[in-house]
Structure formats: structure tokens, C-alpha cells
Design a protein. Structure first.
Length: 107
């Protein structure tokens, strides 16, 4: 990138995502019109701006369909490839879990 003076610089961003597709298991699968589960892969959504959403949206929702009402609930919905991360989060001591959720609200 170039600034107004013609100097080149690199912009660094931290979107907090890997932008990859992941199989998050059948619990997060959508249903077709007949009610059958449709296997899907989900792209990791950027977490930057999460603090803004939590602070300023009256009723923030999470996940692709808004079924989670908090970041904690969204984490606990994950399955498939994300099951180990979900279990790690679920097994954190209460103080660490609270600290992690607070950190999410800062990004």
C-alpha cells in the first residue's frame, strides 16, 4: 500500500480466522425442505468486531443461522472437527473460561 506521500507500507490486520472450510458435524447442519440433514462445511467467520456486536447489538446472535445467543453458546454448539476445541473450552476452570469469553469481547 502507498500513503498520501508515496511511501510504501504494509497493512497488518488480525481478523482472528483461518478462512478455511470445516466440517462442524451434524448438530450444525441445515435441513432441506423434507427435513433431512444436509452435510455442510462452514468457513470460519472472522471474530474481529465481536466485542462491538456484543456491546451494541440489542440481541446479538451467533452461528450461521443465529441459533446461538452468545459466544459461549456458539462454542458449545460446535462438533465435528471442532469437537476437541469445544471439549477443551468446556473443561476449562470457570475463571479461565470467563477470562477467555471476556477476551473475545475485546476483539
Amino acid at each position: 500500500m502507498t500513503d498520501a506521500s508515496g511511501n510504501n507500507y504494509a497493512a497488518v490486520i488480525a481478523p482472528y480466522t483461518d478462512l478455511r472450510l470445516h466440517d462442524l458435524g451434524s448438530r450444525l447442519a441445515d435441513e432441506d425442505v423434507a427435513g433431512h440433514r444436509v452435510t455442510s462445511n462452514w468457513r470460519t467467520a472472522p471474530l474481529w468486531g465481536l466485542g462491538y456486536r456484543v456491546s451494541f447489538e440489542r440481541f446479538p446472535t451467533f452461528l450461521h443461522d443465529g441459533r446461538a445467543r452468545s459466544a459461549e453458546e456458539a462454542i458449545l454448539w460446535h462438533d465435528g472437527e471442532a469437537a476437541p476445541a469445544r471439549e477443551h473450552f468446556a473443561n476449562l476452570p470457570a475463571a479461565q473460561r470467563k477470562a477467555f469469553l471476556h477476551w473475545l469481547e475485546t476483539i
